[in-house]
Design a protein around this ligand. Structure first.
Ligand code: ADP
Ligand code: MG
Length: 250
């Protein structure tokens, strides 16, 4: 479902991804661990082409992100075509990124109405169903400021589901939350994982990463240094950097 090959990315003259390869199969969950600054967010943003790779390619569900192949050359897609590709990749940010002036149900219905031109009444009905699925069926008309951080993040997850994504990307979805609110968001993500949604989750919650992941990916300084089943990467890490990181967070 997600295929990353040889992706390099620099900001200015500093290269922060040094040729990353990653495969996530349909229905699988990959969790990405690694120290701050190792390139986890940049990798996620490259997958949905919020960042354009300097080299390498990303395919999502067989579709080349940001490019079209003509003969043996790649041509960049127009912004509108990139937006259409990106619409099928759900992205959940650390800081929720909800529209403050829209209610929960309006936040979730916004993209289906705006991007897919769905009739508003129908989009609202579906948004209400998605909010019920994340346990917020009774808060449809609440504004973000009236919701706790955990509730806001669950609205953001419902919103990401609204465009029937092929894959969901989570960038440290619980790290902006007070500790007592982490559990409800992890439970929501766990339910999606059990439901067979393809997901890539950047997280510092090692226990959670172990529990939901089919594959754990460990990144350090712009490299994937290790990837494999949780029991291998977390219990028998090959790489000294993985060992050092795990010793610190445990
Ligand atoms: P992580 O998510 O693992 O903490 P990031 O992908 O956010 O790491 O960052 C990797 C490196 O790239 C860091 O050194 C960071 O400062 C740098 N970086 C990320 N985004 C930008 C940007 N837009 N401009 C310049 N440097 C950036
Ligand atoms: Mg990050």
């Amino acid at each position: 479902m997600v295929e990353v090959r040889g992706v390099r990315k620099s900001f200015g003259d500093v290269e922060v991804l040094h040729g990353v390869d990653l495969d996530v199969h349909a229905g699988e969950v990959a969790t990405i661990l690694g120290p701050s600054g190792s390139g986890k967010s940049t990798l996620l943003r490259t997958i949905n082409h919020l960042e354009r790779p300097d080299a390498g390619i990303v395919r999502v569900d067989g579709e080349l992100m940001g490019y079209r192949r003509v003969g043996d050359r790649l041509h960049e897609l127009k912004e509108r075509a990139v937006l259409r590709q990106r619409a099928r990749i759900g992205f959940v940010f650390q800081n929720f990124h909800l529209f403050p002036h829209l209610t929960a149900v309006e936040n979730v219905a916004e993209a289906p109405v705006g991007a897919l031109r769905r009739p508003r009444a129908e989009a609202r009905r579906e948004a209400a169903a998605l909010l019920a699925r994340v346990g917020l069926g009774d808060r449809l008309d609440a504004y973000p400021r009236q919701l706790s951080g955990g509730q806001q993040q669950r609205v953001a997850i419902a919103r990401a589901l609204g465009l029937s994504p092929r894959v969901l990307l989570f960038d440290e979805p619980t790290s902006a939350l007070d500790p007592e609110l982490v559990g409800e968001v992890l439970t929501t993500i766990r339910d999606l994982a059990l439901g067979g949604t393809t997901m890539i989750v950047v997280t510092h919650e090692v226990g959670f990463a172990r529990e939901i992941a089919d594959t754990v990916v460990f990144m350090d300084r712009g490299h994937v240094v290790e990837q494999g089943p949780p029991a291998e990467v977390l219990d028998r890490p090959d790489h000294p950097r993985t060992r050092a990181f795990l010793a610190q967070v445990r």
